[in-house]
Design a protein. Structure first.
Length: 287
C-alpha cells in the first residue's frame, strides 16, 4: 500500500502539510515521543490518558510539552473529519544543528496524522492469536524505560523476523531473558485468577491500554502484580492476552509450543474494557 493512501490527514505544527524540516531532531536522531490513539465515531478514545503519557514522556526526555489544550484542539480538528481510524501524535525536540547538544531555544515539532484502521479479522478477540518468541532482545536502560520514544529499532528488527500471516505478534524478552512486551503490545498472563504483567522499570513501553487494563482489573477486585516474568511462568499461565489502544485486547491462543484457551478472566476483562470504551463514546455524545 502506498503511503499516499495510508496517511489520510496530517497537521504539522497546526498546519495542513506532510513536510517536516530535514533538520528536525525527530528525523535526525529519533529525539521525541509519540502515542497512538484509536478513533471511533470521531471520538479519540482515552485521549486524557494519551495526553498525560505524552506530557510524562516529554518531561522524562527534557522536551518542553506543547500543552494539552493545543494538542486537544488539533486532535479534534482531525477527528471531526474522520469517523473511524488511528491517530498518531508525535512530539519531537524540533529543528537543531548537527550534533547531539540540545538546540537553544527549543521549539518542539508537533505532527498529527490520521490513518485507516488495520484490517484485522472480526473474530480475533474471540478466537485468540498465535504469537512467536523474537530473537531480538530489549536492551536494559532504566532511564528510558516506559517511554514510547521515537527510536523503535529494536521493535522494527524483531518484527522483521517473521512474515507468516497466521502469527500476529512477536514476544520480546529483555537482555536477561525476562518477558517484557510484544513488538507493538503489552503482555498479561493469568494464573489462578490473578493478573500478572511484566514490570516496565528497565525497558519496554508502558502502554496507555496497559495502564487502563491494570486500573480496570483492580476496580473489579482482581489481584494484579507487576513482576519479572520468566518464559517458564508464561508457558505455565492459565491464560495470556495482549493489549494496545488499537487492538484493545487480543487473547493469545498459542505461543511457540504452548496453547491457551480464551479463558473466563480474559473474557471478563475484555468485557470491562469494552464497557469503558463505550462509556467514553456515550460521554462524548452527551457532551
Amino acid at each position: 500500500m502506498k503511503w499516499d493512501s495510508v496517511c489520510m490527514t496530517t497537521l504539522v505544527n497546526g498546519q495542513s502539510t506532510r513536510c517536516v524540516d530535514l533538520a528536525d531532531r525527530g528525523f535526525q536522531y529519533g529525539d521525541g515521543t509519540f502515542t497512538t490513539v484509536a478513533v471511533c465515531r470521531s471520538v479519540p478514545l482515552f485521549l486524557p490518558f494519551h495526553l498525560a503519557r505524552l506530557e510524562h514522556d516529554c518531561q522524562k526526555l527534557l522536551i518542553p510539552f506543547p500543552g494539552g489544550e493545543c494538542l486537544t484542539r488539533e486532535v479534534r480538528t482531525l477527528c471531526n473529519a474522520q469517523l473511524d481510524g488511528v491517530l498518531k501524535v508525535l512530539i519531537s525536540r524540533g529543528i537543531g544543528g548537527r550534533g547531539y547538544r540540545f538546540p537553544e531555544p527549543t521549539n518542539v515539532t508537533r505532527v498529527l496524522s490520521m490513518h485507516p484502521l488495520p484490517d484485522y479479522p472480526p473474530d480475533i478477540r474471540k478466537s485468540g492469536v498465535e504469537i512467536r518468541l523474537c530473537e531480538v532482545r530489549l536492551g536494559i536502560n532504566p532511564r528510558l524505560a516506559g517511554i514510547k520514544h521515537m527510536n523503535r529499532l529494536e521493535q522494527i528488527l524483531a518484527r522483521a523476523e517473521w512474515n507468516a500471516e497466521e502469527i500476529r505478534e512477536g514476544l520480546m524478552l529483555d537482555a536477561e531473558g525476562y518477558v517484557t512486551e510484544g513488538t507493538m503490545s503489552n503482555v498479561f498472563l493469568i494464573k489462578d485468577g490473578a493478573l500478572y504483567t511484566p514490570k516496565i522499570d528497565r525497558c519496554g513501553v508502558a502502554g496507555v491500554m496497559r495502564g487502563i487494563t491494570i486500573t480496570t482489573a483492580l476496580e473489579h477486585g482482581v489481584v494484579v502484580a507487576e513482576s519479572r516474568i520468566t518464559l517458564e511462568e508464561l508457558y505455565a499461565a492459565d491464560e495470556v492476552f495482549l493489549t494496545n489502544c488499537v487492538i484493545g485486547m487480543w487473547p493469545v491462543s498459542r505461543c511457540e509450543h504452548r496453547t491457551y484457551g480464551v479463558g473466563p478472566v480474559t473474557r471478563e476483562i475484555d468485557r470491562w474494557l469494552r464497557m469503558k470504551a463505550e462509556g467514553e463514546l456515550a460521554a462524548a455524545c452527551n457532551g
